[in-house]
Every structure is written in structure tokens, then in C-alpha cells.
Design a binder for this molecule. Structure first.
Ligand code: HEM
Length: 446
């Protein structure tokens, strides 16, 4: 629970605290842009007034303190994510994402082989095959929703690369059920009323958790009986560390759930935004796609704000910033990536800025930084680049409707707020967009 008696040294947006907190929770990205971005960008800034319960770390000093905090800043949310104890499926939210301290280190170690560089060629071949079977590769596909299609591509790639399963309908249903658990939990009726009766929203949701757990543990047991293969699940089943430690079947089921929760929507978001921005710069794709992807990650970061951390002891930063113990804090790449002292003319989409440019590490963090940096960054980047290179290899694309909005999904992920119909078009660069997205991004000449 938020301790609303906390007081912060700096002031955040004015207004009624409960109203501000509700607006923030309803759409964090929009609230941060409208209310927090105009304030001085230094220190730990409350989301409302001087109430220090919910703080956003602004500027490189505070961001550094946030990520260097280690045990002083464990990942918060244990309360929200904890499941009733004593069931086989009670550990479905115990993953590298939610663990802290030595258990976090153990889980990072035992899941690392799933992202080993030796799997790059295997994963690239999967991404290429998935693209070939997508609507983007079908010359007859006409106009279709690119957000839905990137979601399907991301889900198929997770299914094949992580679980080693082909994209048959029953497997796609499993992937949808597993990746949907987190989102369906974030509904107020599930989070706020934790009555564990079969007919309550929370009771119904826990049955979904149980079904996903059963399906995943069955899969793990089958995999354990097979010889090692080149998919992440096989790696997790056969990994033993130097001390002879290995993940149990239930722990692997939890980790698979965590990887789907962390990796599916984020990658779909990255592909969607990079495809959109690429349409405005056909001169750069596919050859200089790397520049376009970086600049897109800067202006439209898929993870607009980090997962929250609990401040365990008072924090003081070198530049005079502070955060009181017991507050919940986070970093917003969405805001940090627009620092004019680091990025010249930050509101302008200029992929060329990345030619020979390396920003300070705490100013550009689409994948986080330090011990909790995204372990799937390489997998996601490879997927985005492989898919978009193929997308723009033979054809240009355009949007029939250029009014675009955005919203925050799962509390932290930046996505378009409605379908984005797309169709093939040679020599028709996207020259303008309208709608709320223009607060974040406009085409190069817009
Ligand atoms: C473009 C796509 C992606 C983006 C932008 C992204 C971004 C991030 C960020 C910013 C964090 C750190 C959050 C924090 O410190 O609060 C993170 C953590 C994590 N990501 Fe990703 N991610 C992406 C794709 C993936 C994929 C594909 C996977 C797995 C298949 C994955 C697995 C994870 C996990 C397990 C963590 C937790 C790490 C820890 O706490 O030690 N991510 N991601």
C-alpha cells in the first residue's frame, strides 16, 4: 500500500492527490508527459504535490541512484503479484522479474542460457520463417491491422523459440493464455477484491493461473524426457550451475510465464513503432534500419516507465535529490530520452543523430541498465531488425488513416490506442500524422 504520509523534498504536479494518483494509474505515459515533463528534470519528483509515496527519478543523478540501489531498492509489487500459498501454482509469479536479492541472482544465472549468443542463428531462422507466413509477406493481403499482425508475429516467435512448439492453433491458445495472465490480473476488480471464491473475478483469474501452470509443467516434464534441443525451454530444463543447482519444474513454469509477460507485448510494441517511423524515412530502410530503430526506441520507448521499486532506506543523491524510505519509485525512459542536454533538439525524429553518437548510459535506457537490465534485449533487437528488414526489403508501406493515439498497456508499455490499418505503397512516404501521438513523435518533415 502507498504510505500517503510521506513527504518529498521537491514538489510534483499540483492538484488533489487521489485524483492525480488515479490519473497516473489510468494512463501513466500520458500523465507523465502532461504533468511531470514540464517540471524541472532533477531528483526524485512526486507524482503529486509533495507527497512522496510515488516518485519518478528524473535526471542522470537520480536515475543512477535508482539503478545502483540494489538491495536498498528492491522491486516492489510483491503484494500485487503474490498468489495464495499452498497450491502447486502458487509460484507462477515468482520469476526473475519479481525476485530480489540472492534469489534474483540465482534465477538470472539459471535462465541466462536461454539467451546465449550461440542461439542467434536458430532464432534468426525462426523470425524469418514467421515473417514469411505473416500477412506482411502475402501480396494479396490488402489493408490490415499492423498492430494485431505484429502481436501475432511476436507470439509465434515466443512460442517457437521459447517453448519449442510449432504455431498450431492449440499452441497459439496456450501462448495467448500465458501472456494474458498479467494483463487480466491488472483489472481493478481482480487487484482490489482478493476474495478467493470460485465465482469472484479473483477466483476466476486464479483458475486461469492454475490452467496455465498445468499446461506449462506438462510441457516441462515432456521436455525433460527429451534430448537437449535448441529452444529456450530445453536450455532451462538442462541447465545446472557450478554448485549443482537447477530450476525445479514449477520454477521453470513460473519463469516461462515471466518471459512471456516481459517479452511479448514489449516486442510487439517495438516492431509497431519502428515500422511506423520507418514509413516516414524510406531512404533509410532497410539499409540503415539500425539508426531508425534506435531513434524510435528513444522517442517511443516500448517500456515507457520501469517496473516500480520500494525505497527501503532514505536516498540522497549527489545533486541534492532525495527519496524517503517506504516510497515507491520508478524511472521513465519516456521522459529521460528527451533530455535536451543530452539529445540535441530532442522532439525531432533524427535517426542520423546516432551515427557515431553514444549517450551517457543513464540517459538512454530502453532496456534498463545494471543487474536488472533486460536479459531479452538481444533476442528482441534481433527479432525487430530481422522482421523489419524483411518488411521493407521489397515493398514500401503506408497508413490510410494517419490519426494515431497511444496508451499505456500493462501499466508500463507504450502502444497505439487502436488498430493501425496498413497497406503496401511504393514511393509514398508517410509525411504527416495527426492525433495524440504528435505529442511524442512526428514524421521527419512534419
Ligand atoms: C523491445 C522489447 C523489450 C524491451 C523494450 C524490454 C525492456 C525491458 C526493461 C526496460 C527492463 C528492465 C525494467 C526495470 O528495470 O524495471 C526489462 C526487464 C526484463 N525483460 Fe525485457 N524488454 C523487451 C523484450 C524482452 C524479451 C523478448 C524478453 C524475454 C524473452 C524479456 C525479458 C525480460 C525479463 C525477464 C526482465 C527482468 C530482468 C530482471 O529483473 O532481472 N524482455 N525489459
Amino acid at each position: 500500500m502507498l504510505d500517503t504520509s510521506l513527504r518529498a523534498a521537491t514538489a510534483g504536479p499540483s492538484g488533489l492527490r487521489p485524483v492525480n494518483h488515479l490519473k497516473f494509474l489510468a494512463d501513466p505515459a500520458r500523465y507523465l508527459l502532461r504533468r511531470v515533463a514540464p517540471l524541472p528534470a532533477e531528483g526524485f519528483v512526486p507524482v503529486s504535490g509533495r507527497n512522496g509515496a510515488l516518485l519518478v527519478a528524473r535526471g542522470q543523478e537520480a536515475v543512477r541512484a535508482f539503478f545502483a540501489g540494489k538491495e536498498a531498492l528492491p522491486r516492489a509489487g510483491g503484494g500485487i503479484f503474490s498468489l495464495p500459498p499452498g497450491h502447486a501454482w502458487s509460484g507462477m509469479f515468482d520469476t526473475v522479474l519479481t525476485a530480489n536479492g540472492p534469489e534474483h541472482g540465482r534465477r538470472r544465472r539459471l535462465t541466462a542460457p536461454a539467451f546465449h549468443g550461440s542461439l542467434t542463428d536458430t532464432y534468426r531462422a525462426v523470425f524469418t520463417r514467421t515473417f514469411a507466413s505473416s500477412r506482411f509477406a502475402d501480396p494479396e493481403s490488402g489493408t490490415f491491422d499492423m498492430v494485431a499482425e505484429f502481436r501475432r508475429i511476436a507470439r509465434v516467435n515466443m512460442l517457437v523459440c521459447l517453448l519449442g512448439l510449432p504455431p498450431a492453433p492449440e499452441n497459439m491458445r496456450l501462448a495467448a493464455d500465458v501472456s494474458g495472465l498479467l494483463n487480466s490480473m491488472l483489472h481493478p476488480s481482480v487487484v482490489l477484491f482478493r476474495s478467493f471464491r470460485p465465482w469472484t473475478p479473483y477466483g476466476r483469474w486464479t483458475r486461469k493461473v492454475e490452467r496455465a501452470h498445468l499446461a506449462l509443467t506438462g510441457l516441462v516434464e515432456r521436455k525433460r524426457a527429451e534430448p537437449p534441443a535448441r529452444d529456450a525451454l530445453s536450455m532451462l530444463c538442462h541447465t545446472v550451475d557450478e554448485e549443482g543447482d537447477r530450476l525445479t519444474t514449477a520454477e521453470i513454469a513460473g519463469e516461462l510465464h515471466g518471459l512471456f509477460a516481459a517479452g511479448y507485448e514489449t516486442t510487439a510494441s517495438a516492431m509497431t513503432w519502428s515500422a511506423l517511423t520507418s514509413m516516414s524515412r524510406p531512404d533509410l530502410v532497410p539499409d540503415r534500419l539500425d539508426l531508425v530503430v534506435k531513434e524510435t526506441q528513444r522517442m517511443l520507448p516500448p517500456v515507457a516507465l520501469s517496473l516500480p521499486r520500494r525505497v527501503c532506506e532514505d536516498i540522497r543523491t549527489d545533486d541534492g535529490g532525495s527519496a524517503p524510505a517506504n516510497a515507491v519509485a520508478f524511472v521513465a525512459p519516456l521522459l529521460e530520452h528527451r533530455d535536451p542536454t543530452v539529445f540535441d533538439d530532442p522532439g525531432r525524429f533524427r535517426p542520423e543523430r546516432w551515427e557515431g553518437f553514444r549517450p551517457p548510459p543513464h540517459a538512454f535506457l530502453p532496456f534498463g541498465i545494471g543487474k536488472r537490465r533486460c536479459p531479452g534485449a538481444g533476442f528482441a533487437d534481433l527479432q525487430v531488425r530481422t522482421t523489419l528488414s524483411l518488411l521493407f526489403e521489397r515493398s514500401g508501406w503506408t497508413l490510410p488513416d494517419t490519426r494515431i493515439g497511444f496508451r499505456t498497456e500493462s501499466g508500463i508499455i507504450l502502444m497505439p490506442d487502436r488498430p493501425l490499418p496498413v497497406r503496401r505503397a511504393r514511393d509514398r512516404p508517410l509525411r504527416e500524422v495527426t492525433g495524440p501521438l504528435t505529442a511524442l513523435w512526428r514524421p521527419a518533415d512534419g
